[in-house]
Structure formats: C-alpha cells, structure tokens
Write a protein that binds this ligand. Structure first.
Ligand SMILES: *Cc1c(COP(=O)(O)O)cnc(C)c1O
Length: 368
C-alpha cells in the first residue's frame, strides 16, 4: 500500500464496476439501471462516479437537487439526469441544463407546466412520483384525475416515468407492508397509463429492493448504496466491494501514565500506562462526536484501536497500546476492512450517514 501522507478518501472505481455488474446480474438485461449520485455520490465525488457509470452503460442518473445536476452537466455528463427533489426556484436552471424533474404534487406539477409553456418547451421529459406509504413526497391515487386532466393538450411536457419509493425494502419483517406498497404502485400507475396514449417507464426498487423484490423491477431500478458497496445485510455486503476507503496517518504518538487524561474535558482518564496516537481528522471531516469515548475503532497496521476521549474538530486520539506502529504510519478509518458498516453500526447509525458525512475538506483520490 502506498503511503498517502494525509487524510484521504480513496475511491476505487474498479469496486464500483464490480458492484454495478453484480447488481445488474440481479435484474433482467432489458431492465434499465439508474445510478443514484446524490450527495456527492454518497460522499465519493459525483462527477467521477457519474463518468464511470456512464462508461459502464448505466441508463440514467439521479441527484436530489438541481445544483447537483448542474454540476454534472457542467462536467460534460450526457446521461439523462433525474432530479428527485427539485425546488421551484431552480426550474429555469433545470430546463436550461436539460435535467429531468421529479414532479410529486399538484403545486409543483402545475408550476412546472406553466414554466414549460412560457419557455416554449415541447415534450419536456418529467417523472411523476407516487406516495405509496413512505409519506415523504408523492402524488396519491386521488390525484390521477387531476394529472390526466392537466395533461390534456399540454404537450409542453411528456412523462418519462412513473415511480414510487419503498419505505422498508431492507427489512424483511416489513415484507407485507412492502408488497402492499408495490401493489398500490401497480394500481395507481396502471390507472394513469390507461389514460395516456404512450407508455412511460415504471420503477420502484432501490438497492435493497433489487435484492429482496427483483420480481417488481418493472422497467428500471435505482441503486445508490449498492453501487458504493453496501447491501444493507451481511450476506450482500460480502458480494459487494466498498468503493470508499477513508485513510489517514499517525501524526504523533504519546506515552501516557496512569491518571493522565486525553483530549478535551479530560473525557478519558487512564488507569494504566498507554500509548495514544493522534490522527488528523475529526468531526469537521465527518467523524462525529458519537464515535468518541471508545465507540468507534480504526485500524492501525491491521489492529483495531478504539477512539479515546472526545472527538476534536480536526483530530482524534486512539489507543494504540500494544500495536506495533510509528508516527507516519497509515491508519484505515474504514474501507474494505474494517468496513464503513462496522464503524457506522458501532455508533448505531448507517453507512449512508457515515459516507455522505465525509466532508469536502477530505481530499478524494481515485484508483481505476
Ligand atoms: C436515495 C434514493 C434511492 C437510492 O436508495 P439506495 O438505498 O441508496 O439504493 C433510490 N430512490 C430514491 C427516490 C432515493 O431518494
């Protein structure tokens, strides 16, 4: 392993390629694949990931906000980009950059049609989202008449897809609920399609949906966490490869004596002699305070070392007692082993939060 000399997030594009092919192998070859690259591609760098997905043959990309889509277009990404949660204030920019909005309420739907008219658009691609139980964003069954009526004579827009989002696709205890969501989606989408003289795509599966409900893949699937190497269950994690490795180095080693304390507010007081290692990353880099005080562990030369005391803004201290190490040695915060899942679950959170929280201060480097 090459020494990096500072805190970096290493992005392994070969792992992304592996995960993409693995997830594709779970679905029919004719089913389209949408790669979710919101939130800087789950912390990895949306432009680099989007380019790789484009080269791998993905059919669609999705971001949460218009600004994220604009960044991709400015970097030359040509794939269709679905904006999952566009705000009305950014609609003009969205059209300018050929981004495709998710329309999820009467208000946003009408205001988009109005703008598309003003801007002389024809058949502008839009996606309609239906709420089938998540109760976050989406039209309901009762909105179908309204949508159909609004579309009469409105050739400014064309519906590219109808979709919904599952609330608990990773939790097999909620199988009945998930199946009811899928059935409701089937019902609503069929009703609307019967009123159109063309056939939009339909999609409802996220990563855990692909794994647990592949029979409901419809025309497209949307994967985020899976392409980054996590399947929300141990048996799937084994088949996927984490794309991101957060590594750093030992800035300084200290020998401390019994009764000495470490870090702010003396949160750790030692009762034995110890060796501590100070690492150059802290809560400003995305390692939140919840990982302090022996909750989180990192790997120093392959051995687990708990974080001791409070997490500082720019540093953490770990217990390196008994570990053969020197200043300058590399430390793995998470990666292939120990994984982000291991660290996230130690603080009762999820990989999604840990990965997307790695701040932009951390330099990204790439392996391809
Ligand atoms: C974020 C998101 C996804 C991706 O979910 P994963 O669990 O990361 O695969 C899919 N669809 C929608 C609507 C989302 O918001």
């Amino acid at each position: 392993m090459t020494k990096v000399g500072e805190t970096v997030l290493e992005i392994d594009l070969r792992a992304l390629e592996h995960n993409y092919h693995y997830l594709r192998s779970k679905i029919n070859s004719s089913t389209k694949f949408l790669g979710v690259v919101k939130a800087f591609a789950y912390g990895s760098d949306s432009v680099v990931i989007a380019k790789k997905l484009e080269s791998l043959g993905a059919d669609y990309l999705a971001v949460a906000y218009t600004s994220e889509g604009v960044a991709l277009r400015n970097a030359g990404i040509k794939l269709p980009i679905l904006v999952l949660h566009p705000q009305q204030v950014s609609f003009t920019m969205l059209i300018e950059k050929c981004l495709e909005p998710c329309l999820y309420s009467r208000t946003i739907f009408s205001s988009f049609i109005k703008l598309a008219k003003e801007l002389d658009q024809k058949n502008y691609p839009v996606h309609l989202k239906f709420n089938t139980g998540l109760n976050r964003l989406g039209f309901g069954e009762r909105d179908i008449e309204f949508i159909a009526r609004s579309l009469e004579g409105a050739d400014q827009i064309k519906i590219s897809s109808l979709f919904s989002h599952l609330a608990a696709s990773e939790d097999l205890n909620e199988k009945d609920f998930t199946i009811a969501q899928i059935q409701l989606f089937e019902k609503i989408s069929s009703q609307l399609i019967a009123k159109l003289n063309y056939r939009p795509l339909r999609h409802t599966l996220n990563t855990s949906g692909i794994i647990n409900y592949p029979e409901s893949q419809y025309d497209m699937v949307r994967s985020g966490i899976g392409i980054y190497g996590f399947g929300n269950e141990a048996s799937e994690d084994e088949k996927l490869i984490p794309v991101a490795t957060l590594k750093t180095i030992i800035s300084q080693l200290h020998k401390i004596e019994p009764n000495e304390s470490v870090g702010y507010n003396r949160a750790f007081v030692s009762n034995t002699s110890k060796v501590t290692a100070t690492l150059p990353l802290g809560h400003a880099d995305g390692i939140g305070r919840q990982y302090g005080n022996r909750v989180g562990q990192v790997a120093v030369n392959g051995k687990l070392a708990p974080i001791i005391g409070n997490v500082c803004m720019d540093m953490i201290m770990v217990d390196a007692t008994g570990i053969n190490c020197e200043e300058g040695d590399e430390v793995i915060i998470f990666g292939k082993k120990p994984s982000a899942e291991f660290l996230a679950s130690s603080a009762k959170t999820i990989t999604y939060e840990l990965l997307t929280g790695i701040s932009q201060r951390v330099k990204r480097i790439y392996i391809d």
